[in-house]
Design a protein around this ligand. Sequence first.
Ligand code: TXA
Ligand code: MG
Length: 504
Amino acid sequence: MVTTIVTIRGDETDEAKIAQAGELLKAGKLVAFPTETVYGLGANALDAQAASKIYSAKGRPSDNPLIVHIADWDALGLIVSEIPAKARMLAEKFWPGPLTMIFPKSSRVPYETTGGLDTVAVRMPGNDIALRLIRAGGGYIAAPSANTSGRPSPTSAQHVKDDLDGKIDMIVDGGEVSIGLESTIVDLSEEEPAILRPGYITRAMLEEVIGEVQVDQALIKDDSNIIPKAPGMKYRHYAPKADLLVVEGRQQDVIGKINELVRDKAEHGLTAGVICTEESRPYYEAEILRVIGSREDENSIARNLFAILREFDSLEVDGIYSESFESPGLGQAIMNRLLKAAGHQVLQVGSGGVSKYSRLLFVSSGNTCVSPMAEGIARKKLEGKGIEILSRGMVVLFPEPLNQKAEAVMIRNGIKPGRHMSCQLSREDLGDGCLVLTVDRKQKEEIQAAYPEQNNVYTLEEYAGCQGLSSPYGGELADYGRCFEQLERMIDKAVRRMEWEGRL
Ligand code: TXA
Ligand code: MG
């Protein structure tokens, strides 16, 4: 397929171009277009076949619903079965604008558009080209961000072309977007309004209009057990090719630490890039330095975030260190995207800096199976690094030897299990230099409750920034083999993180 690119120039030729794009949409084709947030990949939302094409062009999982874009308030009635009073109030204040609301859907909206849900997400974008195109295309345009699934959302027509050239019919180039982060999503289909995705319209702005608004728990806690209400938020949106680590703390401590880490990488022949701000730029020594914007203007940071992440993918760097951009307004939306890209890898620095870990401790429930396997794998990987590796259990009534299947799997993979006996966790095992990685969340919470002074307690999944560890207990030998592989992959990532944080 040839992708036609038309450029909107603000002259008399625009109308014909928009009409042409509108005809394509009406004929069930795919057209990417600018909105004020990010570029969208449009298709007729009421045409099941057209909506399905979006999923294949983007490589998007089919359970991830699309947002229907409208251009006029009156259009809403046809696609929703109910308009709550609060939705009306929010629309009056924020539409057209970067706010998406979830409604119970009407039968006119095909399940292809809503990913099988009985609710539909609707937004009226605050961009003139988008509004004219929606009208020209029939009034109901389903449009997810116009990127390949797993890449950062596009903030320019070039980004769309980089991802989707040859896969869609047209790109309407309307220049760079003004906001740069996807719209705020609010769910009004249930009793309590809730934010499912933070964006330019903040919680405070919403509460000023409709009173209390909840925030989806999945956005607040980095907990893989809480399923986000917006299906799209469960996907790790974007993982840069290089490791991305966010460094948090006082400004001078952060700069000092990042400089030290970059120097250390260089000594080992590795190249690290840095994401900084106008204000901090003069203090960095890194060769590959990207200014995301100014702390005086959080909009500038939002606008440039995705473009910088894309740029780093085309640069040959081994890792990226970024400052943190927490701020009262847009900060939540910015950090939501940045932390996702970082797989939630955050390094906290105090004025004393960070010291190297002296002990790595794996904790499971009984210490007969998963944690000793993890111990064995880590021993092999970290040999000679001067870090002690241990494993312990939370409930060990009497010492037991290693589970036989776990032992068999370890031996098959070239790891000598030694003479392991399960052992109860005690205070002496912990301490300042100890990194504690638990097999599941329950053990992490128990340790935090019993030893509140202990820092650096993570689940293995969260520390490694990936999911999928399942206990093989009581299963077949093959289940133990799978668990071993999962552990290897996670411990690889955990070791990389320790290295990038300078703690190894
Ligand atoms: O700013 C934006 O919203 C951009 C521009 C193009 O308008 N669009 C966008 O679409 O970001 P997309 O598909 O990348 O993200 C849509 C999000 C996904 O996380 C999806 O799961 C959620 O909205 N969503 C859509 N319909 C939903 C529904 N009925 N219930 C809950 N979440 C829904
Ligand atoms: Mg998207």
